[in-house]
Design a protein around this ligand. Sequence first.
Ligand SMILES: Cc1cc2nc3c(=O)[nH]c(=O)nc-3n(C[C@H](O)[C@H](O)[C@H](O)COP(=O)(O)OP(=O)(O)OC[C@H]3O[C@@H](n4cnc5c(N)ncnc54)[C@H](O)[C@@H]3O)c2cc1C
Length: 386
Amino acid sequence: MIRTDDKYQDIRDAIRDLCSEFPAEYFRKVDEERGYPSEFVKALTDAGWLAALIPEEFGGSGLSLTEASVIMEEINRNGGNSGACHGQMYNMGTLLRHGSEEQKRLYLPKIASGELRLQSMAVTEPTTGTDTTKLKTTAVKKDGRYVVNGQKVWISRVMNSDLMILLARTTPLEEVQRKADGMSIFIVDIKEAMANGMSVRPIPNMVNHETNELFFDNLEIPEENLIGEEGKGFRYILDGLNAERTLIAAECIGDGYWFIDKVTAYVKEREVFGRPIGQNQGVQFPIAKAFINIEAASLMRYEAARLFDEHKACGAQANMAKLLAADASWEAANACLQFHGGFGFANEYDVERKFRETRLYQVAPISTNLIYSFIAEHVLGLPRSF
Ligand SMILES: Cc1cc2nc3c(=O)[nH]c(=O)nc-3n(C[C@H](O)[C@H](O)[C@H](O)COP(=O)(O)OP(=O)(O)OC[C@H]3O[C@@H](n4cnc5c(N)ncnc54)[C@H](O)[C@@H]3O)c2cc1C
């Protein structure tokens, strides 16, 4: 198989070695038990991979987003699911770019060492969905603390994290000039919050993804847990989302290659009508098409990551990379399932598990339609539709 990105071969080899300790049976078992791959996440943390983006002065390895994306890609390419831990990779970007010196010194070294996990970010709400600026969770300042009330939904990895980034409105929507103003972000100590007004209700779901509803009933957060300036939280979050989208694009690319490897091997072996099914062009072409689209999406991922690493605007590229990669992995997933015939539905082939896992990325962390809308309005200058 061709490789357009060999200069990251060292990272690829190291991740492949680590993943070889966690074969398909491991992830299948975790999936069947609806468990959390704690041993795998610990191995990644101990080897320093989840601290890739933390600068060396704070105990991380100071790698670029490009290199981080290769780490995520390889995890998924080797049959794992970065979704169990990708929050740890990008959530601390918010702290890194917008936190105070004191906050960075307090949290980043502990996140880098694995003593603290920052796996969660709470943005989405049940009644407002993608219309984030209308979110209803409020944080009201009172006697040196912020008092939080409201509700969040689909908040991932809360039960496998120590810290969470929370977006809440600090100035009512009616009182701000622009709807993106008046929201703030906080770093929340999850255990402390659960004992003081935050309750967590898990959402059983189609993928083995630990995700939850959160309810805030007068949760008090110390004011020193505000990140950056009050009222600017939505802008800070958007910054981090570009990193998130680029990394998730890389995960989809890894999934895509996994499906291609799997189906290519299978159609060479499987004989029906006296010849390998992979000899039929009706089988070859959908696989070839998906592969071409994965390679193309990968190039857009590198472009988004390059711009991010150079601190240049990358919203369009990060969104396009996410869309192209999610579509390509889904196309590869369909070809892989289809050409495994009935066997694709058997758990032991892992195809159905990866199929479910990669389907998520048509919807989260941003749905396909919302990316079209972003490109139409912000890149092509078409009239706003909402
Ligand atoms: C497993 C999982 C994990 C998640 N983890 C997190 C997390 O950790 N933290 C977090 O904050 N959120 C998380 N999310 C939430 C996720 O980001 C949202 O589900 C996603 O952004 C879509 O929002 P919604 O579900 O409210 O859909 P809605 O906003 O209700 O949209 C539903 C559908 O309608 C379409 N739609 C809506 N408006 C328009 C329009 N104007 N034009 C065209 N189409 C439109 C959308 O594209 C979408 O397909 C997670 C979700 C899942 C499923």
